[in-house]
Design a protein around this ligand. Structure first.
Ligand code: ZN
Ligand code: ZN
Length: 377
């Protein structure tokens, strides 16, 4: 074996933490539950702690610090810094730095720190078990903005003590309050931590292999409603990789994205501001483009005239969609102005309604074309 093929050295601290906590969660917790019994209240405290730490990662580490999709009040940032330390996923600074590299170099086996192309195990947990990336471990050049956030830097400096204090302190306190310190440590401490770990890790592994790709196939990220349910809404990962500046991952009202709901609730309370959204036009266009591309790839046997028709219809629809979204934005802006200056909006309203009708009609026609072409596939 040449030197290049040799695997980098094992990071024993990470390996032992993952291994020991997993064994305790899989063996000691069920054993304790059967032999001694665990009061129902512990499961509720565990669930609450799991949600707190998990959402600190999704709303804090991910959508606030890695992607800057909104601004948060210092109180919120402090709470996320605490919850993030409880989740034991490194400091917000380090996590965000890794994550920004993941987005810039997604699927690049040499540069994406958890490239899904290196396999499920590697992207899930393997990347943290060996010194794969030692050279850039403390390179925080891509998070200079976060270095200006005193809360991020405070958490980064005191990360180890915070982590130990919270992960032992809180389960012990919960155990004392509920009358069983061992149950506190096992359920609120270890089992909760293992669930926090693996649900987050699923985003890097499962969300890059299992699910649909409605917006782009330029990277391996997938949309997956089941995963969204387990990850506080982060399962809409295909959307996220193409529109990562959006504070939402599930953009439809019915898509399960409690992280988005929390951020919106914070904004109503004045604790968050500047919530960024992608333009509806860009989102719809990306989706149509994917549909067209799939039709062209799959429907070899469809008559060329039909495919040409689809291309032409797509082009027309893209133009019409842009006009519609532009007019809609103008209407929304004017509505705000209307409240101040009594602007007459009737003409603008009529224009938006007209455009909306025409877009709907085009979409119906498009769906017919898609079904027609698919019959030839
Ligand atoms: Zn991301
Ligand atoms: Zn990803």
């Amino acid at each position: 074996m040449t030197e290049n093929n040799a695997k980098p050295p094992i990071i024993w601290l990470n390996t032992l933490v993952f291994l020991i906590t997993f064994v305790i969660a899989a063996v000691a917790v069920p054993w304790y539950a059967m032999a001694v019994g665990i009061d129902g209240s512990f499961w509720w405290v565990m669930f609450g702690t799991l949600c707190f730490a998990g959402i600190s990662i999704t709303a804090g580490y991910h959508r606030l610090w890695s992607h800057r999709t909104y601004n948060a009040h210092p109180v919120v940032r402090f709470i996320f810094a605490i919850g993030g330390a409880l989740a034991i996923q490194n400091s917000a600074l380090h996590w965000s730095s890794d994550h920004r590299v993941h987005h810039t170099h997604v699927d690049d086996n040499d540069r994406d720190p958890y490239s899904a192309k290196r396999g499920f195990w590697y992207s899930h947990i393997g990347w943290m078990l060996r010194e794969y990336d030692a050279s850039r471990y403390s390179d925080y050049n891509n998070v200079k903005d976060l270095q200006k956030d005193p809360i991020v830097m405070w958490q980064h400096r005191h990360y180890l003590s915070l982590t130990l204090l919270l992960n032992f302190g809180w389960p012990v306190v919960a155990g004392l309050m509920l009358g069983d310190v061992w149950a506190g440590l096992l359920v609120v401490g270890v089992l909760r931590l293992v669930l926090n770990h693996h649900t987050t890790f699923f985003i890097n592994s499962l969300a890059h292999v299992w699910g649909s790709q409605p917006y782009t196939d330029k990277n391996s990220a997938r949309d997956n409603g089941v995963l969204a349910f387990l990850t506080f809404g982060e399962g809409y990962h295909n959307y996220h990789h193409i529109f990562s500046a959006d504070y939402r991952n599930g953009i439809r009202w019915w898509q399960f994205d409690p992280t988005k709901w929390l951020i919106r609730a914070f904004s109503w309370l004045g604790l968050a501001s500047g919530l960024k959204r992608s333009s509806g036009y860009q989102v719809e266009k990306a989706k149509l483009q994917m549909q067209l591309q799939r039709l062209q790839m799959k429907a070899h046997k469809a008559p060329p005239t039909l495919l040409e028709k689809a291309q032409q219809h797509y082009d027309e629809m893209a133009v019409q969609l842009r006009s519609y979204y532009q007019a809609r934005k103008k209407l929304l802006d004017s509505k705000a102005q209307h409240l101040r200056e009594q602007v007459n909006m009737d003409a603008l309203k009529a224009q938006v309604e007209e455009l909306q009708r025409s877009v709907e009609q085009q979409k119906r026609h498009w769906r017919q074309l898609v079904t027609q072409i698919k019959q030839h596939a």
